[in-house]
Write a protein of this length. Structure first.
Length: 763
């Protein structure tokens, strides 16, 4: 979702409906009057009906299925009431467009769709986003809520159960805050590692991204609220995102970006899909019949509703007829396309009344299916109970701990001993807190910004540091150590301080956010800082807080590297727990770290206008495999303070299913978690291998377990465009077991018969 520049200076929301709409109706009276008057009637009715006892309607019967209940409501609705459901408003004032948020919107929220009190249809109160309950920058008062680690960090856990728990937690806070729709679930593949929103997403592999993001969506929706899955589709950079054209072969999209969405939808049944800003092969995503109707509805059989991203609608009849159900976040679009223009288009026959019925019915169905009718939100406090926030901090800390990736650990420099005598902590505002990604997903923390005043303060800022100080947590882990902080602005001073310390910890950061793309080179001379400190002290460990992959030209000079991502509300404690071995690191990379730009499919900066994809379905590690390039750190890489061994790999094919079995043993002296990764290889594929399955296991020293996995047959197939089906060619296929995409330790073969899977096949 987009929040405008200058959002920080928005004023408070007015309290009367008359004043609320006066300014905007003087701008475009003809275009806006009809939907706004209709809204006024709805809100007035809501006020009157609030004084009355609830009415029992036929669709109140929870024993009926969601389709039947939606049909019953629809039969009683007027055309204006149907139109009410398909047009949404921004939930925060927008002075530059003379917009006042509806009084019934949650203050400072992402969006609001009025309810229909006459029929007992609740409003839809929408909140951003994937890491917690966000507040838009223009709000005078900010909700202080719990932030999960970034979406990419959660994916780095490779643990769907943990992702579900995180989603369950932020969904609970959303509900407790008065929201019943959460604009979460970013699953766009990392085609472009410089994309400013990679931190919100699930990495570069469709199985991993779809599985992990799907689990989080399922957790959110367990609270009887709707979650979206977004941004549909091929939305891989922020540069020129409103008009850029992603040129991609439809077959390649089916085996990469769309497959990630397909997996996520199958695993979570999201109530809504959010279509993206960009064009795909010349057509805007929110008016793309192939994406919205053919793929989503006909091929995948998905029954929810499509909402637009804020400002992503570009037409009325074309969007409605293509499959868009809800035009979101007015006034971000140039026109209120699903307001008065849609009513006029229906009167002219440009959009049929049957299509309006389908639009309203799909929205109602999701509202029934996900509990918005049967479990209505009743309160919207600005502050949550401290006990809830404390409990939720434990959830986000566990996520951050399991997300941390130990990239390098020479001479077993980590874990640090609590008896260490002197530690110098350098850079990254580590004395204050941990970095967060910015934009519409930004969650404001309890206690406010730990490092205020870092520009930009307005959109897409503020630059936010959560008040969970790694340095303070380090001091608690080593109470007898002399711990000093150097801000890192002077590499020579940092090197001098590091020279006499037992260990030097350099915190390096990369700020990322919505509406801009980033460099893979760390800014503000941080590479020179790391090199200077490493030259002064061979016991140097770098802690990265980044939105995604970055270059590490100093990797051979330092003893240890931890990737902590954006670690969320309790990130400082999580980092210290890993550094000192209170927690054994178990994160594995969900994205490849390249050595240089020339290893990427598109070495040039993210492009404007038409953007083609020479890699097709060969995304991420598949590209490196296909080109024979060795990255700095491979997809799936992650070290531990213990060691794991695999044995007994076997694979069999029966009844159209490939089953894999093997043993995992903890061969070290510490308890730890391992991520066993299964890759598969066939003939004529886009790349030498694909991730086929994975499992995270927790083992005590010396303990072992047998792991049995199945491979989704679509990962063994090629998509046949003319046949609109998945086809597995007969022959021998390799099954490979490894610690990463490059660290393969066992390989076996399995013979498969020819098989065709319908486009909508599900496990």
């Amino acid at each position: 979702m987009l929040v405008p520049r200058g959002a920080l200076f928005y004023k408070s929301i007015p309290t009367t409906l008359t004043y609320q709409w006066r300014g905007i109706m003087t701008i475009r009276r003809r275009a806006f009057a009809a939907p706004l008057i209709a809204l006024a009637v709805c809100l007035a009715t809501a006020s009157a009906s609030a004084q009355q006892a609830p009415v029992a309607h036929p669709w109140s019967n929870a024993r009926l299925n969601p389709d039947a209940r939606a049909k019953l409501v629809l039969a009683e609705m007027t055309e204006d009431e149907k139109l009410t459901l398909v047009f949404g408003y921004f939930g925060t004032d927008f002075p530059s467009k003379q917009f006042k948020a509806p009084a019934e919107a949650r203050p400072g929220s992402a969006g609001y769709i009025p309810g229909i009190p006459r029929l007992g249809v609740p409003p839809q109160w929408q909140t951003d986003a994937g890491v917690g309950v966000a507040t838009q920058g223009g709000a005078e008062k900010k909700r202080e809520r719990t932030a999960l680690p970034s979406g990419l960090a959660t994916t780095a856990t490779w643990d769907p159960e943990l992702a579900f728990k995180g989603g369950e937690m932020i969904g609970a806070e959303a509900r407790a805050s008065g929201f019943n729709v959460m604009l979460a679930g970013g699953v766009d593949l990392m085609r472009e590692p410089r994309n400013g929103r990679n931190f919100e997403y699930g990495g570069e592999d469709p199985l991993l991204a779809g599985t992990m993001v799907g689990a989080q969506i399922a957790g959110i929706q367990s609270n009887n609220i709707i979650s979206t899955v977004k941004h549909y589709a091929i939305n891989d950079q922020e540069t020129d995102r409103d008009t850029g054209n992603s040129i991609v072969d439809p077959v390649a999209a089916r085996m990469s970006d769309l497959l990630a969405f397909q997996f996520a939808i199958e695993k979570s049944n999201p109530g809504s899909v959010m279509c993206s800003y960009n064009r795909i092969n010349g057509t805007h995503a929110c008016e793309h019949p192939w994406l919205l109707d053919q793929v989503l509805r006909k091929d995948w059989g998905w029954k929810g509703y499509v909402m637009s991203d804020w400002g992503a609608t570009h037409s009325t009849a074309a969007a409605a007829n293509a499959g868009l159900e809800q035009d979101s976040g007015f006034p971000f679009d140039k026109e209120p396309y699903f307001g008065a223009p849609l009513k006029a288009a229906i009167a002219k026959g440009e959009v049929s009344r049957a299509r309006l019925d389908e639009m309203a019915s799909r929205i109602l169905r999701s509202m029934f299916a996900h509990g918005l009718f049967d479990h209505p939100v009743t309160q919207a406090p600005m502050d949550l109970a401290p006990a809830m926030l404390a409990k939720h901090a434990d959830v986000t800390r566990s996520d951050a701990e399991d997300a941390t990736v130990l990239l390098k650990n020479d001479r077993a420099i980590l874990p640090l001993s609590p008896a260490v005598k002197s530690i110098v902590v350098i850079g990254g505002h580590a004395d204050k807190g941990v970095l967060a990604g910015s934009g519409s997903s930004l969650v404001y923390p309890v206690g406010g910004n730990a490092a205020p005043g870092i520009g930009p303060s307005g959109w897409p800022g503020p630059v936010m540091y959560y008040p969970s100080s790694p340095m303070a947590a380090i001091q608690r882990q080593a109470p007898n150590a002399r711990v000093t902080f150097i801000d890192g602005s002077d590499p020579a001073a940092a090197a001098a301080a590091a020279k006499s310390a037992d260990v030097a910890l350099v915190f390096a950061t990369q700020w990322a956010g919505e509406s801009f793309d980033v460099s893979l080179t760390l800014k503000d001379g941080q590479d020179a800082l790391v090199s200077a400190v490493a030259a002064a002290n061979p016991r140097t460990v770098v802690v990265l807080e980044t939105g995604g992959p970055v270059f590490t030209p100093w990797a051979d000079k330092v003893a240890g590297i931890l990737e902590a991502w954006y670690p969320g509300t309790a990130g400082g404690d999580a980092i210290a727990n890993v550094l000192f071995g209170k927690v054994n690191p178990s994160g594995h990379l969900p994205a490849t770290f390249p050595r240089s730009l020339d290893q990427l499919p598109k070495p040039s900066e993210p492009n404007s206008g038409d953007t083609s994809y020479p890699e097709g379905a060969t995304v991420g590690y598949k590209w490196f495999d296909a080109k024979g390039d060795t990255p700095q750190f491979a997809f799936g890489h992650g070290l531990s303070y213990t060691s794991f061994a695999y044995s007994g790999l076997g694979a069999s094919a029966a009844n159209g299913k490939v089953t894999i079995s093997f043993m995992v043993r903890n061969t070290g002296k510490r308890r730890g978690k391992d991520v066993a990764q299964v890759y598969v290889s066939g003939t004529g594929w886009e790349a030498p291998k694909r991730l086929g399955a994975f499992k995270k296991v927790d083992l005590a020293p010396g303990a072992s377990t047998r792991v049995t996995l199945t491979v989704d047959p679509r990962l063994l197939a090629m998509f046949d465009g003319p046949a609109n089906a998945w086809k597995i060619a007969p022959g021998n296929y390799k099954v490979m077991l490894g610690h990463s995409s490059l660290d393969i330790v066992q390989t076996v073969s399995v013979k498969l018969a020819a098989r065709t899977l319908p486009v909508g096949w599900k496990p």
